[in-house]
Design a protein around this ligand. Structure first.
Ligand SMILES: C[S@@+](CC[C@H](N)C(=O)[O-])C[C@H]1O[C@@H](n2cnc3c(N)ncnc32)[C@H](O)[C@@H]1O
Length: 289
């Protein structure tokens, strides 16, 4: 599927680009996206020789992935500045950007965002229901991630915020930046190979990204995820009737995300087919209400 961005530019949408997001983003015109969700590398700096076990003896597989490695903070900051500069350029003045991260790097990312002139709306706290305990008892259990929510610059006032919807979701009370309580991605939602090994180490819960999309976009809006990973943003966008483009550097994850989307599309069309046949018989639940 393709869409017209402006009179000179037509582009494909609802697909995964294999490549480095900084390079790929340069190909998009200014002010293209209504919403950007970015889950960038964390630069966790975990010692790769350390093996941790849960209380039941099972091994914890931390994020040792190559994509999370940087030479030093300067290298990480330079990388962050590059992709954020491009994201700011391609974000519409009516759009918003969300960047998720943990204490290891979110403060650095936040500083760079502010230096670029991105204007913060909130720092939303995703409170995790089933976070991993702190196994050696040397500090608190880390139980949250932070999502910085920002507009392109200080003057952007007409951004999308579905305030009433969020209030409704929150049982009729104004939603707070800490009312974001979701479990980690586990169970059948977690993508695994036939031996039960996770296919992506940091797959985010669908519900979290659905909340982001429902908060800050409308149907048919165009969403960008520059670090698509297993394709969670694409899946959430497809479910909610938004358009999307995802960029991912690792070829295996590109295939994973593509397969995820195509399986989901089959499910959605089956669901839609069933809805249609129910409709004929006057049984469509949405219509009955
Ligand atoms: C934290 S993970 C994103 C996980 C994703 N939100 C999900 O739910 O599966 C970061 C991803 O960014 C990818 N990545 C790292 N550097 C990249 C770059 N320069 N351009 C595009 N993708 C990159 C990694 O391969 C990894 O899949």
């Amino acid at each position: 599927m393709s869409t017209t961005i402006n009179k000179d530019y037509k582009m494909d949408i609802n697909y995964v680009i294999h490549g480095d997001c900084y390079q790929e983003l340069k190909r998009f015109p200014d002010n293209t996206f209504d919403l950007i969700f970015a889950d960038p590398p964390y630069y966790l700096q975990l010692p790769s020789n350390k093996r941790l076990k849960r209380f039941d003896g099972s091994e914890i597989i931390p994020v040792y992935d190559e994509w999370d490695k940087f030479k030093d903070y300067a290298d990480f900051d330079n990388f962050t500045l590059n992709w954020l500069t491009e994201c700011q350029r391609v974000l519409k003045p009516t759009g918003t950007i969300w960047v998720i991260g943990m204490y290891h790097s979110i403060y650095r990312v936040g500083k760079i965002m502010q230096d670029l002139g991105l204007w913060f709306l909130n720092d939303v706290i995703w409170v995790k229901i089933n976070a991993l305990p702190n196994l050696n008892g040397r500090r608190f259990t880390n139980n949250h991630e932070t999502l910085i929510w920002a507009v392109k610059n200080k003057d952007c006032k007409d951004y999308t915020f579905n305030y009433e919807l969020m209030k409704e979701v929150n049982g009729g009370k104004q939603m707070k930046d800490t009312d974001w309580v979701f479990p980690l991605c586990t169970g059948t939602e977690r993508l695994r190979d036939k031996n039960g090994i996770k296919l992506h180490n940091t797959q985010k819960p669908l519900k979290l990204i659905q909340r982001v999309i429902e908060t800050a976009s409308n149907k048919d809006d165009l969403i960008l995820d520059p670090f698509l990973g297993s394709g969670t943003t694409a899946a959430a966008a497809e479910e909610l009737g938004r358009n999307w483009i995802g960029i991912e550097k690792n070829k295996e994850y590109v295939e994973l995300a593509k397969n995820r989307v195509s399986t989901l599309r089959n499910k959605i069309s089956t669901r839609y087919g069933i809805m249609q046949s129910n409709k004929k018989e006057g049984l469509c639940p949405a219509e009955k209400e």
